[in-house]
Design a protein around this ligand. Structure first.
Ligand code: GBH
Length: 461
């Protein structure tokens, strides 16, 4: 074991859930099997230059064919829970209409395999793989997609709800909206500010409609929620323009989701910022009540915090249209292979702030982890000190927030194994288990062994 990185075992509440996380497109492969149709990511991967190395998810970790062995691997880590996502184009190939029995059967088998291994399944209904047919009909900027999502959610819920306790709707709707429809670095690769703003609202509406319907159909205790990406936004200096830049980043990144979800209203400053640009959330009567359907858990995905500036040496900068520029200021910090700064203390601050500003909502860290340039030896073993230290520092940061009163119920490491890292293809490895993509051999890294020991020590107390 690694005594230098062991944490006080009493630092977490007794029922704290430890887990590992993945998502469908990143690990499953079998992209054209058993009736699955293309998602926006299958299409995007074929756009020249869109994904590093021209990589795609056709095979990925071949999890679709190796699921029982992968569940055994998860069990060997001693975790309580496994967070996976369901591929919409497997379950409902055209994004509407009848269920595809063969596709849904895979998640049925996965659920049973997990339960047989004593691992609680945690479902994410949407981790970015919109059926291409729905994108062709307008995608998330189009209101109808929200209703299609709720229908799809019910197909999965009807089949698995008797065995799955935790249901989260969306993974990181900010990424779907902004990276997909405005920045264009994620599928479907569009660049349209107004479309991204509409996508934000329709993603939230889809979450609310699905949650309402699942709750109405529930016949046992379930936990319902959503997962948001929560990088933190701090001002780079005390200059008013930097505070304003941080406010804008926090508004669009975090409050634009949490306020409607928890308070049934969009933040006024965000609405005003959008109005400056002649854009508004396409809200219809009753939408905000639907979006504010009570949830029982908030999934927090945390990787790093950023510092923002609204000024440079020439004062406040504006873009070509006269809108203030929000700029990320590089921090003097160690970095991961993604070039992301390592900022564990900001996770503690974030959790305490969520506890203060959105009281009464239990928190779970649904993703936390890091890519490093892993060199695997002949045996496949990776002595990933950097990742191990990253996990230890961030788990300690969670413990610090627990000690200061935040209601945190669990922690999932991202990711169970190396996988398809979206625009970065297979070049970036986030796994605590190494995957040899030639042989599909899985080998736990040092970080996986450390994580296993940490969980075991916690449980022993
Ligand atoms: C998560 O996204 C995903 O849920 C997961 O599938 C993925 O594999 C994992 O992280 C690792 O990347 O620099 O403007 O993009 C995290 C995506 C990356 C979103 C950092 C926010 C910062 C702002 N996050 N990003 S920007």
């Amino acid at each position: 074991s690694f005594p230098d990185l062991l944490l006080p075992p009493t630092a977490f509440p007794p029922s704290f859930q430890w887990g590992v996380a993945t998502s469908a497109y990143q690990i499953e492969g079998a992209a054209a099997e058993d009736g699955r149709t293309p998602s926006i990511w299958d299409t995007f991967c074929r756009v020249p230059g869109a994904v590093r190395g021209g990589d795609n998810g056709d095979v990925a970790c071949d999890h679709y064919h190796r699921m029982p062995q992968d569940v055994a691997l998860i069990k060997s880590l001693g975790v309580d829970s496994y967070r996976f996502s369901v591929a919409w184009p497997r379950v409902q190939p055209h994004g509407r209409g009848p269920v595809n029995p063969a596709g849904l059967a895979f998640y049925d088998r996965l659920t049973d395999e997990l339960l047989g291994a004593g691992i609680a399944p945690w479902v994410t209904l949407y981790h970015w793989d919109l059926p291409q047919a729905l994108e062709d009909a307008g995608g998330w900027p189009h209101r109808d997609t929200a209703y299609r999502f709720a229908d799809y959610a019910m197909l999965v819920f009807d089949r698995l709800a008797d065995r799955v306790g935790t249901w989260t709707t969306l993974n990181e709707p900010w990424c779907s909206a902004w990276l997909g429809y405005e920045v264009g670095v994620h599928a479907p690769g569009r660049r349209d500010f107004g479309a991204a703003v509409a996508a934000v609202h329709h993603l939230l509406l889809g979450h609310g409609l699905a949650t309402q319907r699942m709750k109405a159909a529930a016949t046992r205790e379930h936990t319902f929620g959503i997962t948001l990406n929560m990088g933190t936004a701090d001002p780079a200096t005390d200059a008013p323009a930097d505070h304003d830049a941080a406010r804008r980043a926090d508004g669009m990144g975090l409050r634009a989701y949490l306020d409607p979800l928890c308070k049934g209203t969009y933040p006024q400053d965000v609405v005003d910022d959008l109005a400056e640009r002649g854009v508004a959330f396409p809200v219809r009567d009753g939408d905000l009540d639907v979006i504010a359907t009570p949830i029982e858990v908030l999934g927090v995905n945390f990787y790093f915090g950023q510092d923002f500036s609204g000024t440079d040496e020439h004062g406040c900068r504006v873009d070509a249209d006269g809108h203030p520029v929000v700029r990320v200021v590089p921090q003097d910090r160690p970095r991961t292979a993604m070039d992301w700064p390592i900022t564990p203390e900001r996770l503690t601050q974030l959790l305490l702030r969520l506890h203060r500003d959105y009281p009464g909502l239990p928190l779970v860290i649904t993703e936390n982890g890091a890519a490093f340039d892993d060199a695997a030896g002949e045996s496949g073993f990776v002595a990933d000190e950097g990742r191990t230290a990253y996990l230890a520092e961030h788990i300690a940061a969670v413990a610090a927030a627990c000690e200061q009163g935040a209601d945190i119920r669990g922690y999932f490491a991202w990711s169970l194994m190396d996988n398809f890292e979206w625009a970065e293809g297979y070049a970036k490895r986030f796994g605590i288990v190494h995957v040899d993509y030639e042989t599909q051999r899985r080998t736990p890294k040092r970080s996986a062994l450390w994580f296993r020991d940490t969980i075991a020590r916690h449980r022993a107390t």
